[in-house]
Design a protein around this ligand. Structure first.
Ligand code: XMP
Length: 510
């Protein structure tokens, strides 16, 4: 079993980010609800207590029993975690008088402390808390202070217990990485055995053992997750992996052909099924976004089911589920919620298919999936692709979907995406696409009055799609793209650019 760091999650928005930062240091890290402390005999090297939306002074705030951990294993409290360790063991935590949100600078840092070694006075740290530690218990020593927060960090004498009120995991804490590195390597004694190559080797040999000579079916979507899952499975079981790639008629221009080609190039055993007409038929007269999604999902399952029946004796269904989909998160009201997000998972398959599920990426974050993909030498064109929703252009055509609208939108989208690539902007954007609006407007072309369709362009920056900002693309670029679209795509006489962020808007319009 890999050496591991465990984060006990008290519901902070930053918990996943802490785990990602630690994994970037090549140390495996898992998130557990605060009231489900795992056995420390499972090669657990250290424990981190996360932040929380709660105040330690709240009646209903989480109160973990740390007897099995504190003083026995390296422990790092961050924000709420730091306040809890101070409050619970005899210190004092109060609402803070001054604002403690955003950037601050270290006025004092203890260079002799193993946790803060290598950090410098004056370096920037990111604060985000409403409470502050007024007094620490006896035998606790201050290891860092800022102008407003004298107890920004402390160490418990005689133990490997440390705590900080700032957030080392966020980019704005300029030396946060040094601190996390000190904690996982020097204090917890990790060796850094979590690397893409080790993951690939271990996973393929585990898959071989688990699957033997069994056949596995996997639905490819053209996206990063399903592609990496397929290549890993292929490496393990070769042609016993049967991939199915469905053309729902709602993909980008030429996407079906080019993606199919690149899959075949990798050597995958893949069958492409053109079912466009079935999808268009099911979408006829449908204008409601959720009903459209359901119709697309239903037809996908039908097609997938029909195709998978052709793979005789298949026992397993491969899926590209990743770690953020399976982490049990702590709900804001306290207890850990058992709900596993099914958000946006394409093709939830019916029970009667009776296939066992195999999910080789279950433990990975998205950026790790890309790193693994790279070490598997998967084409950068697949790995670097923007996310694309399962229902595809079906939810980017507002109102009823028709073949003609799909054709027009594919042209518009292709001009936009190709231009982003040509101008070197594609990789700066998290997701981009075009939306077919349900309005027509007056225009003039040459001497003629036109009455044609309008489209919106959308490009956002984001890290996980949960929040997003509209992308500030250069005006000259937008002007060029708008001109190209109106000149080249018959049926469009107006182009708009969406300047809403999420929240309150969403990335997709439907
Ligand atoms: P929203 O619109 O919710 O989108 O801000 C967040 C991310 O999810 C994608 N998305 C979907 N993906 N099926 C999917 O597979 C869907 O029904 C769906 N709706 C939105 C969206 O493209 C963005 O990346």
């Amino acid at each position: 079993m890999h050496e591991r760091i465990i984060i006990l999650d008290f519901g902070s928005q930053y918990t996943q980010l802490i785990a990602r930062r630690i994994r970037e240091l090549n140390v495996y890290c898992e998130i557990h609800p605060w009231n489900k402390i795992p056995s420390i005999t499972d090669n657990v090297k250290g424990i981190i207590l996360s932040g929380s939306p709660f105040s330690v002074r709240d009646e209903q705030s989480p109160k973990p029993n740390l007897d099995a951990i504190k003083g026995k294993l390296p422990l790092l409290g961050i924000c709420f975690g730091a306040q809890y360790l101070a409050h619970h063991f005899g210190g004092e935590v109060m609402p803070s008088n001054t604002r403690e949100y955003g950037r601050a600078h270290l006025k004092y840092v203890d260079e002799s402390c193993t946790l803060t070694k290598g950090m410098s006075t004056g370096s920037q740290v990111w604060m985000s808390h409403g409470d502050t530690i007024e007094r620490i218990p006896e035998h606790y020593q201050i290891i860092a202070s800022t102008e407003d927060v004298s107890i920004a960090g402390y160490h418990v004498e005689g133990e490997h217990t440390y705590a900080i009120q700032f957030h080392p995991e966020v980019y704005h804490s300029s030396e946060g990485k040094i601190l996390l590195q000190n904690f996982v390597y020097t204090i917890s004694g990790c060796s850094g055995d979590w690397t893409p190559n080790s993951f690939v080797e271990e996973t393929t040999s585990k898959l071989r053992e688990q699957l033997g000579e069994d056949k596995v079916i996997l639905g490819l979507s053209g996206g990063v997750d399903s592609s990496v899952a397929a290549v890993l499975l292929h490496k393990a079981i070769g042609s016993n992996l049967h991939c199915i790639f469905v053309d729902n008629g709602l993909l980008r221009k030429n996407e079906f052909e080019s993606v199919l080609e690149s899959y075949k190039g990798i050597g995958l055993n893949v069958k492409g099924i053109d079912s466009s007409e079935k999808f268009y038929e099911a979408l006829k007269n449908e204008t409601d976004p959720e009903r459209k999604r359901k119709a697309i999902g239903r037809v996908f399952v039908e097609v997938f089911d029909e195709e998978s029946k052709k793979v005789e004796g298949a026992k397993w269904l491969g899926q590209g589920t990743i770690y953020p989909d399976v982490i049990e998160s702590v709900s804001a009201t306290g207890g850990p919620s058992q709900t596993i997000k099914s958000h946006h998972n394409v093709g939830g398959l019916p029970d009667y298919m009776k296939l066992q599920v195999v999910e080789p990426l279950r433990l990975l974050f998205k950026d790790e999936v890309r790193r693994i993909g790279k070490s598997l030498e998967i084409d950068q064109r697949i790995l670097g692709r923007h996310p694309f929703p399962g229902p595809g252009l079906g939810i980017r055509i507002l109102g009823e979907v028709t073949k003609e609208k799909v054709r027009i939108l594919q042209e518009v989208d292709a001009i936009f995406i190709d231009s982003l690539k040509e101008d070197g902007l594609y990789d700066d954007v998290w997701q981009a696409g075009a939306i077919f609006l349900p309005i027509q407007s007056v225009g003039v072309m040459g001497d003629e009055r036109t009455y044609e369709n309008a489209v919106a362009l959308r490009a956002v920056t984001s890290t996980d799609g949960m929040t997003a900002d509209w992308c500030h693309l250069p005006y000259t670029f937008l002007a060029k793209v708008s001109n190209k679209i109106i000149n080249q795509v018959k049926g469009i006489n107006r182009v708009t650019y969406d300047i809403s962020s999420k929240p309150p808007a969403t990335i997709e319009w439907e």
